[in-house]
Design a protein around this ligand. Structure first.
Ligand code: MN
Length: 231
């Protein structure tokens, strides 16, 4: 504490995620998200499922939600769940090669990219950026990070989401249009990545709306599960 700088306002709290099997925490630097990374979800949203370059948007580290119910956000009547595989980086750089990408991964988790779909539709129509639809408070519930040291680097495995006990999303990591090393390589052309960065890697088909009182159970086979209520 003695070596923290003197600041004119209090230092913002760091964002720290739990790590499965380790009392030490994972500090978050940035949160990147990949759009339309599963063909069947691209189709359900009315887009071409062919392999076009991936596109990215960001959430804020402070939007991450751990071990808490998801509060239904204001300014939307159509909040959708999107279950996604989370990648947590322990290293970074720019122009990272495909071969070098995997060694930069600390671990994996499961999360939800909650989206104010009505706002997103309006912003898309106006050609405006998606922040208001995507980067709202508590919009990204996540599991603990599971070290790759323990589970390896899964390139397949069921990814699913149940709403009130009924399966809504059911896909497999192998269906990603851009796989995880490709995402890291592509992202690093646009941004300088670093330890602490989190990547949400896109959602399979079956996205849908939630209402207050809903129970959500989701997971990825071989990685983690996540359960929460919509408050
Ligand atoms: Mn998403």
């Amino acid at each position: 504490m003695s070596n923290s700088p003197e600041t004119v306002i209090p230092l913002p709290q760091p964002v720290l995620l739990p790590v499965d099997g380790n009392a030490a925490l994972f500090p978050v630097r940035r949160v990147y998200c990949v759009g339309r990374n599963y063909a069947d979800h691209a189709i359900e949203m009315g887009h071409d499922p062919n392999r076009e370059p991936p596109f990215f948007f960001q959430k804020n580290p402070q939007n991450l939600l751990v071990n808490e119910d998801f509060p239904y956000p204001p300014h939307s009547n159509d909040v959708h769940f999107e279950v996604e595989c989370i990648v947590a980086l322990k290293g970074g750089g720019k122009d990272i090669s495909l071969d070098a990408a995997q060694a930069l991964i600390y671990g994996y988790g499961v999360g939800i990219d909650f989206t104010r779909r009505d706002l997103q539709a309006q912003l898309k129509k106006q050609g405006r950026s998606w922040e208001a639809a995507k980067a709202f408070e508590h919009s990204a519930p996540v599991s603990a990070i599971v070290p790759a040291e323990r589970i390896g680097h899964p390139s397949s495995g069921r990814i699913y989401l149940d709403r009130n006990g009924t399966r809504a999303q059911d896909g497999d990591l192998s269906q990603m249009i851009w796989n995880v090393p490709e995402i890291i390589a592509e992202l690093s052309k646009l941004f300088e990545l670093a330890a602490g960065d989190i990547i949400m890697t896109g959602t399979p088909a079956g996205v849908g709306a939630v209402v207050s009182g809903d129970r959500i159970d989701c997971g990825i086979e071989g990685i983690a599960t996540l359960s929460l209520k919509v408050a």
